[in-house]
Write a protein that binds this ligand. Sequence first.
Ligand code: NAD
Length: 297
Amino acid sequence: MKIAFIGLGNMGGPMAANLLKAGFEVQVFDLLSENVERLTAQGATSADTAAKAAEGAEVVVSMLPAGRHVKSLYLEDEAMLNALKPGTLVIDSSTIDAQTARTLAAELTTKGIDFIDAPVSGGVAGAQTGTLTFIVGGEQAQFEKASPVLSAMGKNIFHAGGHGAGQVAKICNNMLLAVLMAGTSEALRMGINNGLDATVLSQIMQQSSGANWTLDKYNPCPGVMENVPASNGYQGGFLVDLMRKDLGLALDTAIQSNSPTPMGSLAQSLYSLHSLKGNGSKDFSSIFTMFEQIEKD
Ligand code: NAD
């Protein structure tokens, strides 16, 4: 099966690599040539444009930063629309707003193209090891059609509901993640300020009622865990500005559905402040350093 993969960044790069490992023929496109070269070195073929990558592909996967990039790709790029043939399955794994996902599904359906929103959880490590969680919004038949492709990149594949449902579930999850990362960071800082060793405190909380994913897999304090962004100058991983985007989507969703989200609002303010202080391109666990900075200011 021929798959086109558009967007080869921190997540898309390793996801496309796993499709190659699973034996799919993969045609790739990204605006950054170094990201494309990383994939061609692993056996992918490259194309000059997204539309050319999609030519002849039965499945198109996109992993782009935000809704505007996805909308522009599938609704405004004339060449892309011509390249997508009836029966093609479009899998968008970017985290975008649910309404854009529903609009894309409706527009592409009129051309006989299947669309699912399939945002992911599991971070760069999950993308590299092929253990991502996929959260799918779409029809049952579309979910089943996508499953062999998603299984090559992920371990848990959930069908959340109709179009847009994958994005709603993903936004709920990321709002919670932001709250947990900020809460874990302030707890670690308080422990350190009271003479505790961050590694020992992390081990205690991991086995206690404060245990959570950030302590288990993504400790924000440098030196506590190997192979996480905190121990690598907060490089790579999931950018502060992408978390800020997701929190914006969460608050929009909260307003539209009259849902009270005081913790999510606070996390959104913290991440915005952190970004405005020049940290937008660092990994989101760098929020830990903001607490340190506040103490110094
Ligand atoms: P990234 O910034 O590392 O990668 C995005 C890639 O898209 C870049 O390589 C960029 O050059 C490319 N791109 C942008 N516009 C393009 C266009 N028009 N055509 C082709 N390529 C284009 O971002 P990422 O961390 O890989 O995240 C991608 C998506 O996945 C985002 O929506 C993010 O919210 C979501 N996500 C990220 C993580 C994570 O841990 N990084 C986890 C879950 C979900």
